[in-house]
Every structure is written in C-alpha cells, then in structure tokens.
Design a protein around this ligand. Structure first.
Ligand code: SF4
Length: 166
C-alpha cells in the first residue's frame, strides 16, 4: 500500500468550496501522486455538516484556529451565523480520517478558516489577511501531522522524497 497524503478536496478540483467551486492545484506531483493512489481528499467543512454553497466564514477578531479550539474565538459567517461547532466537528473528522489513512503529511489550501496554514482572513470580511492557521490545520499540526500549504508543494515534494527513500 503506498503511503497516503491528506489533501483538501478542493485542491483536487472537487466542487466543495463555499462558492460551490473547486480550486484545482496543477502540479506534476499531484498528477504523479494521484496515479500512485496516494492522495486522499477530504473537505472538513462539508464533513462538519455545512452545505455547499454556503456563506463565506472567517475566524473573528484576527484570531486563528488554535484560538477557536481553545474557546477564545468563534468562526462566523458573513451573514452572522456562528459555525464554530461545525468547523471543530469537521476538523476532528478530518483528523480522524487522516489518521485512519495513515497520513503523515497534509497538503491544505491556504487562506481558509479550516485549511489555511500560512495565512487566514481576519474576520472583517474586508479581504485582510494575517499570519495564522485554520481550525483543521491547527488540529492536524497539534496531532503531529506535517501540514504544507498549496504554495509549499515543492517543499512537500522534497520532504516526502527524503522520507519515503529512507
Ligand atoms: Fe477546501 Fe478545506 Fe474549504 Fe473544504 S474546508 S472547501 S477542503 S479549503
């Protein structure tokens, strides 16, 4: 059985994003890993019970996923709905899925209040970014899964080639 990599389902082009679209990542490694059966796609927000399409959501007050998990911040929709519990539930299901698949690495799309690992938006819905991670990324990192953003795929390729060679 080839070692598996957890990947945000939208990066595989699956139409799971809040706007009902995917955001496929075009890279030779994606093609190769898919052919090798290594990629396991998952959408935490759908797993948490949110519909598609859905209102965009951000973590409030410039906080991040770790703050949500610690009960210090909520995840709010642009319409005002509190979706904190669904984001945590979806993140926990994503982590359980990654563990069940034996994933040591996760490739997550950046900027998402679930999957972001380098930056997220600050809760103002004004397009303002800050350094931080989403709820799922925070859960995975605290569980010891190595998280790479879509912008870091070349670093993941290098890392994986080192690990899988040994
Ligand atoms: Fe993509 Fe993650 Fe958002 Fe699902 S939760 S649409 S996988 S970024």
């Amino acid at each position: 059985m080839p070692a598996k990599i957890f990947i945000s389902a939208c990066l595989l082009g699956r139409p799971v994003r809040y706007d009902g679209k995917g955001k496929p990542l075009h890279h030779p490694a994606i093609v190769r890993w898919q052919a090798e059966g290594r990629l396991v796609g998952f959408c935490p927000e759908q797993a948490g019970g949110l519909p598609t399409p859905r209102p965009p959501a951000e973590i409030e007050n410039g906080m991040s996923g770790a703050d949500v998990l610690a009960g210090r911040a909520r995840v709010l929709e642009v319409t005002g709905g509190d979706v904190t519990a669904k984001f945590i539930d979806g993140g926990e299901k994503a982590l359980a899925f990654a563990k069940a698949q034996g994933c040591r690495f996760a490739l997550l799309i950046d900027g998402s209040p679930s999957c972001g690992s380098g930056f997220i938006y600050d809760g103002s819905f004004a397009g303002r970014r800050h350094v931080g991670n989403g709820v799922t990324a925070a859960l995975m990192q605290s569980a010891g899964i190595e998280v790479y953003s879509d912008r870091e795929i070349d670093a993941l390729v290098t890392r994986i080639e080192t690990v899988w060679r040994t």
